[in-house]
Design a protein around this ligand. Structure first.
Ligand code: AMP
Ligand code: ZN
Length: 133
């Protein structure tokens, strides 16, 4: 547990949360500043700062939990997971957002600004990345 981490404190029961489900490795609870009704967070119980710090086993429990909750909520939704402050991560403990999208006004809003790329550069990038995997 990281001492100053709000989500570690939720896991430890030191601060309250509206808990939806829990396993040995993960927990899900309602977001207290929801973008829409039902907005919730799924976290590994172990303190992991960013997704790449999680074990595959932790990650393997998070997505099915998101599926269960999204199924219960019904309707359209976004899954969001931010890594690093520049990438809009405010709480440095990994969390998957499940954000219902009931209408245009509520839920996640995105500004999507694609880069201009050519196919040759994309092919080169693909080859470079494949060598690193
Ligand atoms: P992010 O910007 O991806 O780090 O999102 C952090 C999320 O955590 C925000 O949506 C907050 O509303 C939410 N949040 C912060 N503190 C709490 C808390 N004590 N209980 C539930 N959600 C929280
Ligand atoms: Zn933590």
């Amino acid at each position: 547990m990281a001492d100053a981490c709000i989500f570690c404190k939720i896991v430890a029961g030191q601060i309250p949360a509206f808990k939806l489900l829990e396993t040995e490795l993960i927990m899900a609870f309602l977001d207290i500043n929801p973008l829409s009704k039902g907005h919730c967070l799924i976290i590994p119980k172990r303190h992991c700062q960013v997704l790449t710090d999680c074990t595959d086993t932790e990650l393997q429990e998070m997505l099915p939990a998101a599926k269960r909750i999204a199924t219960a909520l019904g309707g359209q939704f976004n899954i969001l997971q931010n890594n690093g402050p520049m990438a809009h991560q405010d709480i440095p403990h990994v969390h998957l957002h499940v954000i219902p999208k009931p209408n245009i006004e509520e839920g996640l809003k995105m500004k999507w600004s694609p880069l201009k790329v050519n196919m040759e550069a994309l092919k080169q990038l693909c080859d470079d990345l494949r060598r690193l995997l």
